[in-house]
Design a protein around this ligand. Structure first.
Ligand code: OGA
Ligand code: NI
Length: 355
């Protein structure tokens, strides 16, 4: 949909959430009001409600027994949850903290300095903004974001000064973990380790560093950081500062993700669900807000090369009909961001219709 002049004019007027919460604010303005159903919340004290843990040291171990055990656990986590935490991944916690810190510094820059990165183009290499898409949002989201494409081409900011070095190292090391996870996932499906990477042109695959800024909210039950959605890529790796807020849908309830300090939270994305013909699900998740302190998360979606279209892998069909038609990753992302598919299960658009 082409933006109308009125939309563009309105957009320019929308203050970001940092500015809005910078002044004394005692209640959630009506444009941001989003009410969740408390009955859908999982019982936090139930140990059944914690995401599985994958030990990366075991997954990459030279011992075939340890590795095959980790691969089996990985397969189960992908099938039963679509979400898991990865521990012992070898990326220094200090690097993760530095990445969160430089992103925090970016959000703290004077508004004038951030303006040059405002863009409405989906795949703008460097882009910041507020909410999701203020031209089409029905409810405004309690978050600002910064999205920087780090692969196949690395892009960076000059301000804050440390952003460039820190994000380069962070993107490389995170990508290495994602690459190993992709091999493990391939093997967990009974395929050769490189199968998915080759089929998805992983060497030219997309990697985005997407930082989310969620300031404290005076009425957290009446606002939302990011409403329920699935991620578009193959796998997303996420880190956060010491504030939680990521919730995952599991057996019809929302489960708050509690992860070990320094762990990556990993989830399966839509392209993986297509490849596996629904065996591994791209699970719904959302970000809730709190009234105590600013939460920062960095989601790092990893996807195929932009022109690559995922299709169900023939070896995995086992006599079943393929459930999806192909669409290039770029077109898929455009569809997901379009008003027609706004926060809707985008995969349904690719589903083969029953005769
Ligand atoms: C995302 C996302 C959750 C979070 O950026 O896609 O789901 O906890 N973020 O910030
Ligand atoms: Ni997400």
């Amino acid at each position: 949909m082409a933006p109308t002049t009125a939309n563009v004019a309105n957009e320019a007027k929308v203050a970001n959430i940092k500015t809005l919460t910078g002044s004394e604010l005692n209640s959630v303005p009506s444009e941001y009001t989003y009410v969740k159903n408390p009955n859908d919340q999982a019982d936090a004290s139930d140990p059944e409600h914690s995401i599985p843990t994958i030990d990366f040291a075991q997954l990459t171990s030279s011992s075939p027994e340890l590795r095959s055990k980790a691969i089996e656990e990985l397969g189960r986590a992908c099938q039963e949850w679509g979400f898991f935490q990865v521990i012992n991944h070898g990326v220094p916690e200090s690097l993760l903290k530095s990445m969160i810190e430089v992103c925090h510094k970016f959000f703290d820059l004077p508004e004038e300095e951030k303006k040059e990165f405002q863009s409405r183009k989906l795949l703008e290499p460097i882009k910041c903004g507020t909410s999701f898409n203020v031209a089409i949002d029905k409810v405004r989201l309690w978050r600002d974001y910064l999205k920087v494409i780090a692969h196949p081409e690395f892009h960076s900011l000059h301000k804050p000064a440390e952003y460039s070095d820190v994000s380069l190292e962070f993107s490389k090391q995170t990508r290495q973990v994602a690459t190993e996870l992709l091999s493990g996932i391939s093997e967990s499906l009974g395929l050769e380790a490189e199968y998915i990477a080759k089929a998805m042109n992983w060497d030219r695959g997309l990697q985005i560093l997407a930082a989310n800024y969620y300031p404290a909210c005076p009425q957290p039950d009446l606002a939302i950081g990011i409403p329920p959605h699935t991620d578009h890529g193959l796998v997303t790796l996420l880190i956060q500062n010491d504030m939680g807020g990521l919730e995952v849908q599991h057996n019809g309830k929302w489960v708050l993700v509690d992860c070990a300090p320094g762990a990556f939270v990993v989830n399966i994305g839509d392209q993986m669900q297509i490849l596996t013909n629904d065996k591994y699900k791209s699970v719904w998740h959302r970000a809730v807000v709190n009234n105590r302190a600013t939460r920062i998360s960095i989601a790092v979606p990893h996807g195929p090369a932009l022109e690559t279209a995922a299709l169900p892998i023939p070896e995995l069909l086992g006599g079943e009909a393929p459930k999806y038609i192909g669409m290039s990753y770029e077109e898929f992302m455009e569809l997901q961001a379009s008003p027609a598919a706004y926060m809707m299960p985008c995969l349904d658009h690719l589903r083969v219709k029953a005769e």
